[in-house]
Design a protein around this ligand. Structure first.
Ligand code: AMP
Length: 279
């Protein structure tokens, strides 16, 4: 992969890159199309498919994460992707089990709250694998989804701090007809859970409506209580976190108004779902 990328670089070919964990859906495909628009017909679009072990805690769903190589490559072909890069664990983390892999990239500020607080080693795995993928694929532009808002912010910061010579683009979240954000993990949901999972989108819509109809800023604590109750009435849903924050700095805020960002994580049955949006 890196030899190919170096040849593209030498010939002045622009490279657009979309890192994924596979089990692709329309949201992923929209990122690939965005990458194509940015590099043009003469550019190369690379999608990586890699379920990165270092971003999963031992208790999480690494081993059962859904995979469908045939369907993913078909989606990529239809979306005009030029190269699917699917490295093995052995090539990414050679010798890790034997203590011969020991370099990690850690963002120490934006990664602290929300996903970082709930999943302590998660962002260390994400920044490490994305840095490695950038060094292998050598993209001019990399496209990430707003679905993982904090992740995109952390990666943007890493790219600025470590002088990666590429542009980060954040593209909108794709949703099912009822509002549920598309996610590979939606495949885990039973029919009963699937219908309860729409509560994340409903919480976002309710928060947005409250902010829009209020004259001034709303108190986070009272709005949070109302939104938490929406989750609590779902028999199989359990709130992990719900936070109001500044969309650039990730700093939580008590005064919620237009432009404030809301992110939440909810367990629906055993499946952990996340969503976020601008109020
Ligand atoms: P994943 O395969 O879940 O690691 O996601 C790979 C990339 O696709 C990340 O940049 C995600 O933010 C993005 N992504 C995931 N779901 C969606 C969605 N529903 N809409 C847009 N982008 C998404």
């Amino acid at each position: 992969m890196q030899r190919l990328a170096l040849a593209w670089k030498r010939s002045g070919t622009r490279v657009g890159f979309v890192p994924t964990m596979g089990y692709l859906h329309e949201g992923h495909v929209s990122l690939a199309r965005d990458a194509r628009r940015r590099v043009g017909k003469s550019g190369i679009v690379v999608v990586s498919i890699y379920v990165n072990p270092t971003q999963f805690a031992p208790t999480e769903d690494l081993s059962r994460y859904p995979r469908d190589w045939a369907r993913d490559t078909k989606s990529c072909r239809e979306a005009g992707v030029d190269v699917v890069f699917a490295p093995t664990d052995a090539s990414m983390y050679a010798g890790r089990d034997a203590g011969r892999y020991s370099t990690y990239v850690v963002e120490e500020s934006l990664a602290k709250g929300m996903e970082g607080a709930s999943r302590p080693a998660h962002f260390r795995g994400v920044t490490t694998v994305v840095a490695k993928l950038f060094n292998v694929v050598l993209p001019d532009v990399a496209v990430f989804g707003a679905k993982d808002w904090q992740q995109a912010a952390v990666i943007r910061r890493m790219v600025a701090d470590l002088n990666f010579p590429l542009k980060i683009v954040v593209a909108p979240t794709w949703r099912e007809a009822d509002g549920l954000a598309m996610s590979s993990r939606n495949a885990y949901l039973s029919p009963a859970e699937r219908s309860q999972a729409v509560v994340l989108a409903r919480v976002l819509a309710e928060a947005r409506a409250s902010v829009r109809k209020s004259r001034g800023p709303v108190q986070a604590s009272s709005l949070r209580a109302r939104l938490e109750a929406m989750v609590a009435v779902q028999p199989d849903a359990r709130l992990d976190y719900l936070e109001f924050f500044d969309p650039e700095t990730m700093v939580p805020t008590e005064r919620v108004g237009r432009g404030t960002h809301l992110a939440l994580a909810v367990f629906v049955g055993k499946t952990r779902l996340i969503d976020n949006g601008r109020l």
